[in-house]
Design a protein around this ligand. Structure first.
Ligand SMILES: [Fe+2]
Ligand SMILES: [Fe+2]
Length: 225
């Protein structure tokens, strides 16, 4: 049970933060004025993970863990597929968008705004997070939390989209299929931890990253406000 691992205050913060993220992402994708920006953000985060996961797969291969190498290779393939689904949606929403040049459209966030990524990995250096050095268990647990939450967020966003709106084409179905893949990514990452640690160790590790994510979301909200 989640409460065995988290103290009550963190649990309340967890509910508040996941509710805030759910509300924010659903309202941003529902509104045709903010939809493009939201889908662009999703596209950037999906496409940026492909190279990272492929390098990790090569590393697992070199280390002789063929099971993990195969899982990571498929994971990279899935994220590549997700970025294609989102790229297609972006083109449908705005024909003139240049995907090769998409970084330039990044929302101009204010100077004091911190990214969820930097808050989540607070205390880790770039070097420690590089695919050739990252501690396997840190990668498994931190990514498990992100994938697990993403699977739920994608379903919520799909449900928030209007039915029968030709301007979004198959985006609803696309988001639902992405959600299914994210669920399977969370599942193999959990299995990967179980291959290296005992069950109580895995739960403690997962809880540590859950708490990190909750705190990171609050930091981001704080910096935006
Ligand atoms: Fe994905
Ligand atoms: Fe994923």
């Amino acid at each position: 049970m989640i409460l065995d691992f988290m103290n009550f205050l963190t649990y309340l913060m967890y509910l508040a933060s996941s509710g805030a993220v759910a509300y924010y992402s659903a309202s941003q994708i529902r509104d045709s004025k903010t939809r493009l920006n939201m889908v662009r953000g999703l596209y950037l985060s999906e496409s940026s993970s492909v190279k990272f996961l492929s390098t990790l797969s090569e590393r697992a291969n070199k280390e002789g863990d063929l099971w993990l190498a195969e899982k990571l290779k498929n994971h990279a393939k899935d994220e590549n597929k997700h970025s294609k689904i989102l790229a297609h949606a972006l083109k449908q929403i705005d024909e003139s968008i240049e995907l090769d040049n998409i970084e330039q459209y990044k929302s101009n966030s204010k100077e004091n705004e911190i990214s969820l990524f930097s808050a989540y990995f607070d205390g880790y250096s770039r070097e420690q997070l590089a695919p050739n050095c990252i501690d396997w268990n840190v990668f498994f647990a931190s990514t498990y939390i992100m994938e697990f939450d993403a699977s739920k967020d994608f379903v919520r966003m799909a449900k928030a989209l209007p039915d029968n709106d030709p301007s979004i084409g198959n985006l609803k179905l696309g988001l639902l299929s992405i959600a299914e893949d994210e669920k399977s990514h969370a599942a193999y990452l959990y299995d990967a931890m179980m291959r290296k640690m005992t069950f109580p160790q895995v739960e403690t590790f997962v809880e540590k990253w859950r708490v990190r994510k909750v705190k990171a979301i609050f930091k981001v909200i704080e910096s935006v406000i």
